[in-house]
Design a binder for this molecule. Structure first.
Ligand SMILES: [Fe+2]
Ligand SMILES: [Fe+2]
Length: 135
């Protein structure tokens, strides 16, 4: 699992300015969420919930924007890509439900980042980079 929340860097570019901006925004929301609670899971839990809800809304917006751009460009692996988005959304919903049940922790943010950032953005999103740049 990631020790630290990654900071966006040009080496993470997927070749599209809007999608890069959304990735950067999502990482900074994750960093904000992780800053609210300390390692004992204490801190402003209501603020943590507000940030998680913001994260969810921003994730939904990003996934639909990305899918639309890939659709417009005739990306051949769109269906598999959208399926991974669904799995990431399910993880995030589980985290939101757990937080509502009082299980708010920074680990939840790191769990989401493992799914969304490490497994999805750095692998699956990167796969469309060359394709979009060739359009
Ligand atoms: Fe993405
Ligand atoms: Fe994606």
């Amino acid at each position: 699992m990631l020790e630290k929340i990654p900071q966006w860097d040009p080496c993470y570019s997927v070749g599209n300015e809007l999608l890069d901006r959304q990735h950067r925004d999502l990482l900074s929301i994750c960093a904000k969420a992780a800053d609210v609670l300390d390692e004992n899971h204490t801190g402003d839990k209501s603020q943590f919930h507000v940030i998680l809800n913001d994260l969810y809304a921003t994730v939904l917006l990003h996934f639909s924007t990305e899918e639309e751009i890939l659709r417009q460009n005739g990306y051949p692996k769109l269906a598999e890509h959208a399926h991974e988005h669904e799995l990431c959304k399910e993880w995030l919903v589980e985290i939101l439900v757990n937080a509502t049940l009082g299980e708010a922790s920074n680990e939840a943010v790191h769990t989401f980042l493992d799914c969304w950032w490490t497994q999805h953005v750095l692998e699956t999103d990167m796969e469309y980079k060359e394709y979009l740049l060739d359009r």
